[in-house]
Design a protein around this ligand. Structure first.
Ligand SMILES: *[C@@H]1O[C@H](CO)[C@@H](O)[C@H](O)[C@H]1NC(C)=O
Ligand SMILES: *[C@@H]1O[C@H](CO)[C@@H](O)[C@H](O)[C@H]1NC(C)=O
Ligand SMILES: *[C@@H]1O[C@H](CO)[C@@H](O)[C@H](O)[C@H]1NC(C)=O
Ligand SMILES: *[C@@H]1O[C@H](CO)[C@@H](O)[C@H](O)[C@H]1NC(C)=O
Ligand SMILES: *[C@@H]1O[C@H](CO)[C@@H](O)[C@H](O)[C@H]1NC(C)=O
Ligand SMILES: *[C@@H]1O[C@H](CO)[C@@H](O)[C@H](O)[C@H]1NC(C)=O
Ligand SMILES: *[C@@H]1O[C@H](CO)[C@@H](O)[C@H](O)[C@H]1NC(C)=O
Length: 301
């Protein structure tokens, strides 16, 4: 046979060529693709693994594996029972595998192994499952000298630190703020991460405007710190002012009344206002009048 004579020929050529034959034989039987296909998915979503296939050849069997664990596949001559991984489905007559309801834990390296009549090929597909973080929210807690601001974003993957965007802070050597902490907490079952950070702002330099924080590519609304607190209930000052104004008007009325009494008889007082008030005013005016009388006498020529 040609092949055996070829081998005998190579054997005569020494060990290095014999090695070459071995390598060539391995390549012939299992062609492993050098490149790894990258596939991205989102938690809860779906992806399709498109295992490369040579359509000019006839597929004997197709195995879709994670490591050495068989997940799905097909055999030309016999049917493969239900797939082991229940969230995968094989597209009929194809080497495309759909994966549903992705978990973060589904991230990893997958293998597409195809046996043709003559060769076996293997391609690797790297699945990366991520989860989008919620829009970060900033919560403030201030006193007269400082503001503690906590920025938090939930349910993302992988873990990403909170970034603080504080305009003009790059130019100063000792910025009036300090990052207290920056933590990522991972949920055990879902592996999803909550990311948060707290910054302590020194308010002695006044208000800081247009601040924001971000986690990955999601950014919070702009906010400011150390601003004079504007109470959401803007009617409060009016509510306090109203009784003062009324009191002031009464005082003015009393003064006017007494002043009038000196010239006339204080008729105006009696004609306007209710009885209770009048009684009070009358007495007040009398007293005032009595007190003032001696002074008037003294000043009289
Ligand atoms: C994932 O696939 C399932 C089943 O086909 C479908 O009901 C669902 O809407 C898909 N989800 C997404 C995010 O595409
Ligand atoms: C799959 O291939 C078989 C045999 O080649 C054929 O009979 C069948 O119609 C194909 N099914 C689809 C969905 O293409
Ligand atoms: C971060 O620091 C703030 C202020 O010191 C504190 O209230 C908060 O609990 C800390 N958060 C974590 C996750 O340690
Ligand atoms: C996703 O992960 C959870 C928790 O680990 C597990 O209970 C669930 O079965 C997983 N779902 C799939 C489709 O693998
Ligand atoms: C705040 O800043 C002022 C002046 O920059 C400084 O005197 C003061 O000690 C700082 N306060 C704190 C709590 O760091
Ligand atoms: C804040 O942003 C607004 C517009 O977004 C801009 O008009 C204003 O000048 C900014 N203020 C500071 C202090 O950067
Ligand atoms: C953030 O990036 C992810 C992937 O890079 C993308 O799917 C998402 O739409 C982006 N979100 C925003 C708000 O830009």
């Amino acid at each position: 046979m040609a092949s055996s004579s070829t081998i005998r020929y190579f054997l005569n050529q020494g060990p290095s060529l014999w090695l070459l034959v071995l390598v060539w034989t391995v390549i012939f039987s299992l062609t492993e693709s050098a490149i790894t296909i990258q596939l991205k998915g989102e938690a809860g979503g779906n992806v399709t693994f498109k295992c490369p296939v040579d359509n000019k050849r006839t597929v004997s069997w197709f195995y879709f594996q994670r490591g050495d664990v068989f997940l799905n596949g097909c055999h030309a001559s016999r049917t493969i029972p239900n797939p082991i991984l229940e969230n995968t489905r094989l597209e009929p007559n194809s080497t495309h595998v759909h994966m549903f309801r992705l978990n973060i834990s589904d991230s990893g390296m997958y293998r597409c192994i195809i046996q043709y009549n003559d060769i076996i090929t293997e391609d690797k597909i790297q699945l990366t499952v991520t989860a989008p973080y919620s829009k970060p929210t900033a919560t403030k807690s201030c006193d007269d000298v400082r503001c503690l601001v906590t920025c938090a974003s939930y349910g993302g993957y992988p873990g990403i630190k909170v970034e603080w965007i504080i305009p003009g802070s790059r130019n100063t050597n000792s910025p009036p703020w300090k990052v207290e902490n920056n933590t990522q907490v991972s949920h055990q079952s879902t592996m999803l991460v909550d990311s948060s950070s707290t910054v302590n702002f020194n308010c002695s330099n006044g208000e800081l405007k247009n601040l924001s924080c971000s986690v990955g590519n999601v950014t919070s609304d702009l906010f400011s710190v150390c601003n004079p607190e504007v109470k959401p209930n803007s009617y409060t000052p009016l509510k306090i002012a109203a009784p003062c104004v009324v009191l002031l008007l009464i005082v003015i009325a009393v003064v006017l009344c007494c002043w009038h009494k000196k010239g006339q008889t204080g008729k105006d007082c009696r004609e306007n206002g209710n009885k209770e008030e009048l009684k009070y005013l009358k007495e007040l005016c009398k007293k005032e009048g009595e007190k003032e009388d001696p002074v008037d006498d003294f000043n009289a020529p």
